[in-house]
Design a protein. Structure first.
Ligand SMILES: Nc1ncnc2c1ncn2[C@@H]1O[C@H](COP(=O)(O)OP(=O)(O)OP(=O)(O)O)[C@@H](O)[C@H]1O
Length: 246
């Protein structure tokens, strides 16, 4: 059932999906059924990972084919509120409100909760996180790691069945990474994590390796990650040789 977040339900389906910008195909003919609880998407810079995540989130529409979440077009924002949450790489692209409590309450208000109830849920969330003192803090005063954490709390408060994570550990120090990682690992929701770093998806149930807008490999991390790491090392050496030869 959408919104209960007790287990990961439903799934994300892509049927013959392509995405092109000004005639250039960035994603080509992807057909996927994503039902596992922990899904990793890896690939080099520019391979199309963020574009794929934006398609899954309904922020952009496919040029060809169809994307659905629990059978529903993800462009239907209202239907997606209990189904899909997104944690963007840059928290500054998500935070809209001047104080932490207002920011946390916003998603709940979007889901139809009256303002007072949304605020009291936001305060209860901060209390349970040991961060009651954050309530009236200006969001602009938080560090990048703290902003990231606030964005995660905002998403969790809405209890979506699936959370899409774009490079969740980029720019965070090691203690913050390990705290966030522990928090994410304990969640019952389906998590779709995109990263260029194999370590970020090492415990996934399924890893997709995206290369130049196509699925290059799809399977358990024990199979996909060693092949990806070896290929990245090979490409790195080839790049280095090219540099030296120049
Ligand atoms: N709106 C757009 N207009 C033009 N080109 C775009 C647009 N969006 C994405 N691209 C191009 O599509 C390709 C894939 O971009 P995307 O951001 O999806 O890759 P990525 O795998 O997430 O990369 P990174 O790891 O560097 O974040 C890139 O070559 C990018 O320049």
């Amino acid at each position: 059932m959408a919104g209960t977040a007790t287990t990961a339900s439903g799934g994300i389906t892509l049927s013959g999906v392509s995405y092109a910008v000004t005639g250039r195909e960035i994603l080509s003919n992807l057909s996927l059924s994503l039902t596992e609880r922990r899904i990793g998407i890896i690939g080099r810079n520019g391979s199309g990972k963020t574009t794929l995540l934006r398609l899954m989130a309904g922020l952009i529409g496919p040029t060809k084919g169809r994307v659905s979440v629990d059978g529903i077009d993800p462009a239907d924002r209202k239907a997606m509120l209990p189904r899909l949450g997104i944690l963007f790489q840059n928290p500054d692209h998500m935070i809209l409100f001047p104080t932490v409590a207002e920011e946390l309450a916003f998603g709940l208000r979007q889901m139809g909760l009256p303002e007072a109830q949304a605020r009291s849920r936001a305060l209860a969330c901060l209390l349970s996180e040991g961060r009651a003192h954050w309530a009236d803090a200006p969001t602009a005063s938080l560090s990048q790691g703290q902003k990231h954490y606030l964005c995660l709390l905002s998403v969790l408060l809405m209890q979506p069945d699936t959370i899409l994570l774009d490079e969740p550990f980029a720019g965070l120090d090691l203690p913050t990474q390990s705290r966030l990682s522990r928090r994410l690992n304990g969640l019952p929701q389906r998590l779709v994590t995109i990263s260029h770093d194999p370590a970020a998806v090492a415990t996934a149930d399924r890893v997709l390796w995206l290369d130049a807008g196509r699925i290059h490999a799809d399977g358990p991390p024990a199979t996909v990650l060693p092949a990806f790491t070896a290929e990245m090392a090979r490409v790195g050496e080839a790049d280095a040789d090219t540099d030296l030869a120049g």
